[in-house]
Ligand binder design. Structure first.
Ligand code: SF4
Length: 246
């Protein structure tokens, strides 16, 4: 008799918030994955970088927790959002979890910076088909600035955007505005050039740079690279929005 083999992927998880309101529509079950390779200058979660730590949970275990939250999630037209760290480094686990979610018609979202292993193309397409919404954090509009902000190439982000566009997948874009780093006219114009060719981007927003995570750098005995830069003010955000509109 043929035996049916069931794979159980476990995820490396950093933390869980069962009542989040900023990471997709409605009230979200928010899962922070452990592990990131981007090293962004303004990262507020450096404690998610380490690849081999975090606590392990199977997709079934996480799904059981999500199920307990479905009444208020569904009433608010919310769902589950996977954030991090970089979620796309753990595609197999998320794919398995989203399969379970889709069976219960739970809205699925991924908050990513699009830094993943390009050899995982097939897995990525599978995951995209199970994801209702991507929230993509774009660090810069040009390669030079991107290189300054993160350890990764901008090509990786453009490649991911191309895939979302070719799959006609709706997504939101976010740009953390850091005064004196990526808020110049040139920086905003290069961002505008990218936004101009995007068809399936449903929403774009500037997120004001803040310093709430700086204590984590100190705790981890890491030198904070943006020391002395003040959080972005509402006026600076407004100015960037105007430059983008012009
Ligand atoms: S991609 Fe996100 S988690 Fe990773 S270093 Fe950048 S800001 Fe931090």
């Amino acid at each position: 008799m043929k035996q049916c083999k069931k794979t159980q992927h476990t995820g490396r998880i950093h933390s869980i918030d069962s009542f989040a309101t900023q990471d997709g529509p409605g009230i979200r079950f928010l899962l922070f994955m452990q592990g990131c390779i981007a090293r962004c200058l303004y990262c507020q979660n450096p404690d998610t970088w380490e690849l081999n730590t975090g606590f392990r949970m199977s997709a079934n275990e996480v799904f059981k927790m999500i199920n307990r939250c479905t009444p208020y999630m569904k009433a608010s037209k919310g769902g589950i959002t996977i954030s991090g760290g970089e979620p796309l480094l753990q595609m197999d686990f998320i794919t398995e979890l989203f399969r379970l979610c889709k069976k219960e018609s739970i809205h699925t979202a991924i908050d990513t910076s699009a830094f993943y292993d390009d050899r995982d193309k097939k897995s990525l397409r599978k995951l995209i088909s199970l994801t209702d919404l991507f929230i993509l954090d774009i660090k810069a509009g040009c390669e030079a600035l991107h290189k300054k902000i993160t350890a990764r190439d901008m090509d990786e982000v453009l490649r991911f955007l191309n895939i979302l566009e070719s799959e006609k997948k709706p997504y939101w874009l976010r740009y953390v505005l850091v005064p004196g780093l990526n808020d110049s006219k040139e920086a905003i114009v290069s961002l505008k050039r990218i936004l101009a060719w995007l068809k399936y981007c449903e929403k774009f927003e500037f997120l004001p740079y803040h310093t709430l995570g700086v204590h984590k750098w100190k705790y981890m005995k890491l030198k904070y690279p943006l020391h002395g830069i003040a959080p972005a003010s509402p006026q600076q955000i407004k100015k960037a929005r105007l430059m983008l509109k012009k």
